[in-house]
Structure formats: structure tokens, C-alpha cells
Design a protein. Structure first.
Length: 72
């Protein structure tokens, strides 16, 4: 009887280890996906910032050209 109980206890503990490893793998996969989404969001923000800076530079250049024309 004792060997059977020991076997059942060992199986139960082994099952907990598998469950914990599975949970850790799932958490790691979710974290990886979260990081990838964060990178995509950062890239989109950088593109929008770059476009806004370009637009400001274009506007400043156009204003400068207009000021030059009016001063002549």
C-alpha cells in the first residue's frame, strides 16, 4: 500500500511541475507578443513624429521663401 501511495504522490507532484512549466511558457509567449506590439506602436509613433517634423520644416521653408519674396 505504501509504494502505491508513494507512486501516486510522485505522479501528483510531477503533474504540478508540468503545469507550472506550461504556465511559464504561456506567460513568456504573452510577454513576447506584448513586446512585439510595443515595438510596432513605437515604430508607428516614430513615423508620425518624422512626418510632423518634415511638415513643420516644409512650412518653415515656405514661410522663409515668402518672406524673401516680400522683402525684394
Amino acid at each position: 500500500m505504501k509504494p502505491l501511495l508513494a507512486l501516486l504522490a510522485a505522479l501528483a507532484l510531477a503533474g504540478c511541475g508540468v503545469d507550472a512549466a506550461s504556465s511559464a511558457a504561456t506567460a513568456a509567449a504573452l510577454k513576447k507578443q506584448e513586446i512585439e506590439q510595443g515595438k510596432k506602436t513605437m515604430n508607428r509613433a516614430e513615423q508620425k513624429i518624422g512626418a510632423a517634423v518634415q511638415q513643420m520644416n516644409d512650412s518653415a521653408a515656405a514661410a522663409g521663401e515668402e518672406a524673401d519674396k516680400q522683402s525684394q
